[in-house]
Design a protein around this ligand. Sequence first.
Ligand code: RIB
Ligand code: CA
Length: 313
Amino acid sequence: MRDQKTGRPVLLDCDPGIDDALAIFMALASDELKVEAITTVAGNVPVEHTARNALQLVELAGFDVEVAAGASDPLYSKKKTAESVHGKNGIGDIILNPPKGALSCRTARELIYQKALEQAGDLEIIATGPLTNLASALMIYPDLRNLISHIWLMGGSAYSGNRTPAAEFNIYADPHAASIVFESGIPLTMCGLDVTNKALIFKEDIERLAGYDSDVAKKSAEMLTWYLGFYNSFGFKGLAMHDPFTVAAAIDPTLIETKHLFVDVETVGEFTRGQTVVDLLNVSGKKPNVQVALELDNTRFLSLFEKLMRFYG
Ligand code: RIB
Ligand code: CA
């Protein structure tokens, strides 16, 4: 078992998911962070898969981190999944060793709250899936909003969607949950498609990763190869590292340039449900609530990604 890190206390809330898997490996490997717990949510695939995947990924990485299963469905809407993007099991149908350990006996929202209490206001959340767990925890524990120091979110966009023309998947999957989180008053940095669609890696980067001397790197290369196939099928040469980039921004915020803007979430629009409505010109006059990432340094991101993946050998 690897030694625990001693960096900033973070909790990962995720829906592994191929890019979530790489994000988990990066967060565990970083000396800047200490992963206090991982909570999982239905998103790319049902929560039975996302929870099991998270457990297997943490064990493959050699860390002892509590993993909890969370919401199986959005707060008030029908579940959306993305097996076509991530495979039936959520990690490109790659087979990992069955988990040795068990999932936490705590629910995701219990674990979020109790870790926030433990860290007495220093806990940061890195959210890379639908926001159902965080929203329901905020609804059940009214003091939670004062106990989370920062949310780093992969989700939304100022200009375009990927699940619909207007909406990015994580927000689209549970727009009501996203609305609750965006209105919570917790400091929030949104790494939306505006930056993550530019955080691209290519076949040669994956081949380099496959040459690293660790099971983590080799399994990651297999998952990314699957994921690249999805992007190639749409004519894209590279794949977007949505969740890994968000972890990288949490590790090193100089990788992004942000603007403090008012952002609302559309929860009912026939064509725009799940859109993050970003007030780029402050026409609403409403108080900004989100640091929206609009520019990135992809070269330094890729170097950080490779450095963290080399941690595993
Ligand atoms: O839109 C991309 C996001 O949706 C990523 O977090 C991916 O894992 C899926 O959850
Ligand atoms: Ca995700």
